[in-house]
Write a protein of this length. Structure first.
Length: 135
């Protein structure tokens, strides 16, 4: 039931005024949830949704802005699959990296969210790089 999803996430999604971006957020929450990630929300100055994998790694997230979502491919994901930033740059228009070398993708519509899912969901679960297990 779609209504339940949007109510459960109202705290962070109310920040998004632009309907297509709000729809994109729900698509990502539902889609990555079905793909085996655990979404959680964080309110505060910046409202965000974080996705952890079954190993507890914080691999993906997005920040809710008024008119768009800023989707992040986080460090542990890039450690697991080092080509993710270059794959993103090939697939999406608006891709940048932050100071931590994490990959940022601006998402404004349901179709962009579907593209993102179509790219990342088949790669899940991300491999576990053995050299990092000791940490």
């Amino acid at each position: 039931n779609r209504m339940d999803t949007s109510n459960a996430w109202a705290d962070v999604l109310d920040r998004v005024q632009y309907e297509p971006a709000k729809k994109a957020a729900l698509i990502l929450i539902e889609g990555f949830g079905k793909a085996g990630l655990s979404p959680s929300q964080k309110g505060g100055v910046t409202s965000s949704v974080r996705f952890h994998d079954e190993y507890g790694r914080y691999i993906l997230s997005f920040i809710c802005n008024r008119a768009d979502l800023l989707f992040y491919v986080r460090k542990p994901a890039i450690r697991a699959v080092s080509t993710l930033p270059s794959q993103a740059a090939e697939r999406f228009r608006d891709v940048t990296t932050n100071t931590a070398n994490e990959c940022k993708i601006r998402i404004q519509s349901g179709s962009e969210a579907e593209d993102l899912l179509g790219w990342l969901a088949p790669l899940l679960p991300l491999p576990f790089p053995l050299k990092h297990q000791a940490r």
